[in-house]
Design a protein around this ligand. Structure first.
Ligand code: SAM
Length: 261
């Protein structure tokens, strides 16, 4: 068996039932597919069986990329590169289904990059992604809970998110110390329009910088105590960042964009 590289977050899926569950989440036949981090190709083979239209896979590990090219020949386009450096929106002419048993050390960075870069047209029709359970819990957290924060707010802005299942460490080789969770993301038809998503990043960073502090300080820093905004959005400054709903953060970002012009 191949020696897994910890630095690249290599935990290969070996449980066939889990692999089948992932692949059967959506209908792949004649659809474009992008796989992030195909590794030894365990998930890749099953995706291929479902006869996708165009199939790209991005693998950073040089050694594995060569093996994958030999194994799958011209059935898949293997891109030997870092997913964080690729413009995946340019790979396909129409919508894509994205699969990824993601390297845990960069999973939130990948997702953040995709969401922040989203234009009005989505380049994917769904994302089926594996996360460390603790990270997945932060992504799907409701407001008024301790897991709620920047990640939940950014991820839920333009995407519907469903938890598919938790996955035990024994489904992987080598066995990770933590549990994993499979999430399914698909575009929202309606979402609050924000001109520059970087402003959403900024607002959430400032509000959640000190999550136990009351809202007064970050609000005044950004909005100079503007009473109209407080009234319109029904915000009580004695609350804490986790007590504001998703929509309140999106609307606060719109107000911020109006202020900065
Ligand atoms: N999909 C395979 C599976 O389920 O068996 C492997 C999953 S493993 C958790 C993560 C994979 O992502 C590894 O093959 C690793 O080499 C690759 N990887 C790590 N960092 C990457 C990056 N920045 N860009 C692309 N691939 C990366």
């Amino acid at each position: 068996m191949i020696k897994a590289k910890k630095s690249l977050g290599q935990n290969f899926l070996i449980d066939k039932n889990v692999i089948k569950k992932i692949v059967n989440t959506v209908n792949i036949e004649k659809k474009n597919v992008l796989e992030i981090g195909p590794g030894t190709g365990n998930l890749t083979s099953y995706i291929l069986e479902k006869k996708p239209k165009k199939f790209f896979a991005i693998e950073k590990d040089n050694e594995l990329a060569i093996k994958l090219k030999n194994k799958f020949k011209n059935q898949i386009n293997i891109i030997n590169n870092d997913v964080l450096k690729i413009d995946e929106t340019k790979l396909f002419e129409d919508d894509v289904i994205v699969f990824g048993n993601l390297p845990y050390n960069i999973s939130t960075e990948i997702l953040n990059k995709w969401i922040i870069n989203l234009k009005d047209n989505f380049w994917f029709e769904s994302l089926i992604l594996m996360f460390q359970k603790e990270v997945a819990n932060r992504i799907i957290a409701d407001f008024n809970t301790s897991n709620y924060g920047r990640l939940s707010i950014i991820c839920n802005w333009k995407l519907n998110i469903k938890k598919l299942c938790d996955i035990k460490p024994s489904a992987f080789y080598p066995k990770p110390k933590i549990e994993s969770t499979l999430l399914f993301f698909y575009p929202k038809k309606n979402f609050i329009k924000i001109n520059d998503p970087k402003n959403l990043e900024k607002i959430t960073r400032i509000f959640f910088n000190q999550r136990r502090r009351m809202l007064k300080k970050p609000f005044n820093q950004l909005f100079n105590g503007n009473q109209n905004i407080l009234n319109n959005l029904n915000i009580d400054l004695n609350l804490r960042p986790q007590n504001l709903s998703l929509d309140t953060y999106y609307r606060l970002t719109c107000e911020y964009e109006k202020l900065i012009g």
